[in-house]
Each structure stands twice: as structure tokens, then as C-alpha cells.
Design a protein around this ligand. Structure first.
Ligand code: FES
Length: 147
């Protein structure tokens, strides 16, 4: 099968049930997408498939076949996506482990709803866990980028 990741096409002949996360991290050595729970519960592994946020730890390679995947490395070629800038300006990360997943989830949220309310943000980000409790700063950064 073929899969496009951050605009580059890759061939994959392995187990179609293998999680996309292993292909990204282990085969392509792109380490920005994190492994947290492995059970689609924490959001650390969030990437986009055709623009939609998915949990790569539970998303099979077969689901990504012929599709376009974006990871944190490909969100903006200069790593200067408005959310990344806002994240830095608001000093969002503490340990940082969950933050690439948080940003990918936020990007998906804003593309579906460019002017989210606090409640929309709460709901849209509720599946992304941060053990450092950076939620208030995440909300500020998203609001900064929202229209
Ligand atoms: Fe995928 Fe936690 S590692 S949701």
C-alpha cells in the first residue's frame, strides 16, 4: 500500500493492522508524535488523516492506505503554524510530552470551527490529556489563534 505522510509518498508492505504510530515513529523515525497510553485514550499520538484528527496508536495502516497523513513535523514546513507560535508565546508546555498531540488536535478543531467558544474548546480538546495540567494555557493559545 501507499501512504502519503507530510506530502511524501511511502510504500508499506507489512501488516495492515499495524498501528500508524509505529510506521511514523519506528519506520520513518519521526519522533514528534508520541506514544502515551496506546489505547486511544490520551491523545499524545494525534495526527491528521485527510485533515481529521485520529489516534495513531489505534489507527491501522490499512486505514491510512492511499490517504494523506500529517504529523506535527508537517503541520507547517517552518514549524511556524499560528498554533505553534501561540503555544510558544503562551509558554504552554511544561514537560511537553503531550503537546504535539494537543497542537494537532487544536488544529483540527480550528479547521472545523474557526471561532470556538470556551465550551467548544473544552469539548474539542477533552480527549487530550496533560498530566502537567497546562489546560488553561492551551485554551489561551487556541483563543489567540481563533478568529
Ligand atoms: Fe494514542 Fe494515548 S498514545 S491516545
Amino acid at each position: 500500500m501507499q501512504i502519503t505522510i507530510n506530502g511524501k509518498q511511502h510504500d508499506y508492505d507489512g501488516d495492515p493492522a499495524m498501528p500508524l504510530l509505529w510506521f511514523i515513529r519506528d519506520d520513518l523515525k519521526m519522533k514528534g508524535t508520541k506514544y502515551g497510553c496506546g489505547m486511544a485514550l490520551c491523545g499524545a499520538c494525534t495526527v491528521h488523516v485527510e485533515g481529521n484528527a485520529v489516534r495513531a496508536c489505534q489507527f491501522p495502516m490499512s486505514g491510512a492506505a492511499g490517504k494523506s497523513v500529517t504529523t506535527i513535523e508537517g503541520l507547517d514546513k517552518d514549524h511556524a503554524h499560528p498554533l505553534q507560535i501561540a503555544w510558544a508565546e503562551e509558554n504552554v508546555p511544561q514537560c511537553g510530552y503531550c503537546q504535539s498531540g494537543q497542537i494537532m488536535q487544536a488544529a483540527s478543531l480550528l479547521s472545523a470551527n474557526p471561532s470556538p467558544t470556551d465550551e467548544d474548546i473544552e469539548r474539542g480538546m477533552s480527549g487530550n490529556i496533560c498530566r502537567c495540567g497546562t489546560y488553561p494555557r492551551i485554551r489561551c493559545a487556541i483563543k489567540k489563534v481563533a478568529e
